[in-house]
Design a protein around this ligand. Structure first.
Ligand SMILES: Cc1ncc(COP(=O)(O)O)c(C=O)c1O
Length: 418
């Protein structure tokens, strides 16, 4: 534990202050008023740190092709929910429409209690401390800013899976840290001090592959991370959509599971989003939970930066995370769509790999993903090329279950027609 604390203290530096703030008197409103404006040529806005091209733009020609097919496009590319936001959540949002004052960055005690209750009820985690819960403005925001919020920067490594949601890489770049693919524990073994990540992202169930990390695997990662003072953030936003025929339970294992943690959440964060399970991607409702000391650190910066989930969203999030019925209902819808799509996709000649949980089928014909994208676009079906998620995904496509029953049936019909 001592080693962990030491390691984490190194991670948990304060993010850098603007230079004028470190000088003799730190002005609360900004730079000293007597500072002369910079000459016109010098007032250059810095371009963002080498961010990758936004990959979805490259899908536009395929989208156009698919849209031209009679009967219209079946868009299975982006995993954006299409079913209505549950009434219980809409009602909660409406009930909080009168919100003249600023909400708490930390979220209300009721919200934090509700999240702890969900972990106990649904995830087999009875010991989430409500002080270790932090609402976020959707989880993409936290994924993109976590390295910065932890004070990571040049020379620090942020690790993430080889085939992964691209924002882990983006977050490392935004902080000026080094993004690095980390492949399982075998690769973790021989790392040196300068190549050991300060922050390691896990994503279970994975977007895009649907792979689920089991308790044993998670426990090994946590033991390794503790030995090396590494913070582990586990992005678990598809946990409720577990398709495995598995006696273990109804949701996928969490990094905070006592069988993983041995009873301490130190150095660990589970990141969760309600976008998918509750059809409220438009609300931007998500949270992180785990180590109260880490959450305190994040909170300190987020308060300064105004990263506050709006009050009506906090109320809606509290209602959504406390209601299991709508989640079960939505899971049924996706199960039915998944069954229809799965057999049609396989009938068309694609092999489905992994895909144990989550909102996607990870499919391949052992050919370049763009060839498969083209083949499907000719039939009016738009899917995401696996290359969007890393070079190792180049022979796969990601097929989302997020379309209406009618659109899924249309896709299946077209695939069966060959
Ligand atoms: C793995 C993963 N993490 C995070 C997110 C972001 O979700 P949101 O920002 O809607 O909470 C997504 C969305 O697709 C995702 O797939």
């Amino acid at each position: 534990m001592g080693r962990l604390l030491q390691g984490q203290r190194r991670v948990l530096r304060r993010p850098r202050q603007p230079r004028w703030c470190g000088q003799a008197r730190c002005h609360p409103q900004g730079p000293p008023a007597d500072r002369r404006p910079a000459p016109a040529g010098a007032r250059r806005v810095r371009s963002p740190r080498a961010l990758p091209d936004f990959p979805w733009d490259s899908l536009a020609p395929s989208k156009e092709r698919a849209s031209a097919v009679a009967g219209g496009i079946v868009d299975l590319s982006v995993g954006t929910p299409v079913d209505p936001t549950p009434q219980v959540v809409q009602d909660a949002l409406r009930s909080a429409a009168d919100a003249p004052g600023y909400p708490q960055t930390w979220g209300t005690p009721a919200l934090r209690e509700a999240v702890a209750g969900w972990f106990a009820r649904r995830r087999g985690v009875p010991d989430v401390d409500p002080d270790g819960v932090l609402p976020t403005i959707g989880s993409k925001e936290l994924v993109a800013w976590l390295p910065t919020l932890l004070g990571l920067g040049p020379g620090d490594v942020v690790g993430f899976p080889r085939i992964a949601y691209p924002t882990y890489d983006v977050g490392a770049r935004l902080a000026g840290a080094t993004p690095q693919v980390v492949d399982g524990l075998t690769a973790l073994g021989p790392m040196t001090a300068s190549t050991t990540p300060k922050l390691l992202w896990l994503n279970t169930p994975s977007n895009p592959t649907g792979k689920v990390l089991g308790v044993e695997h998670l426990a090994k990662v946590v033991a390794w991370a503790r030995q090396h003072g590494v913070v582990v953030a586990s992005d678990e936003c598809y946990a409720e959509l577990d398709w495995r025929d598995d006696a273990e339970g109804l949701t996928t294992p969490s990094i905070l599971d006592p069988r993983v943690t041995g009873g301490s959440h130190e150095g660990l964060l589970a990141v969760y989003s309600l976008s998918k399970q509750s059809n409220l991607a438009g609300y931007r409702a998500a949270f992180a939970a785990g180590d109260p000391a880490l959450v305190k650190q994040l909170l300190e910066v987020r308060k300064h930066a105004g990263m506050i989930p709006p009050w009506p969203v906090q109320v809606a999030l509290t209602a959504a995370i406390g209601d299991d019925a709508h989640v079960a209902e939505q899971k049924q819808r996706y199960a039915a769509r998944r069954a229809v799509l799965r057999s049609a996709v396989e009938g068309f000649g694609l092999r489905i790999d992994e895909s144990e949980a989550g909102l996607y089928l990870w499919a391949t014909r052992d050919e370049d993903c763009w060839t498969t994208v083209d083949q499907l676009a000719q039939r009016g079906i738009l899917v995401a090329p696996g290359a969007f998620y890393g070079e190792a995904g180049r022979q796969h496509v990601r097929i989302a279950l997020t379309a209406s029953d009618e659109r899924i049936a249309t896709a299946a019909e077209r695939l069966r027609a060959g």
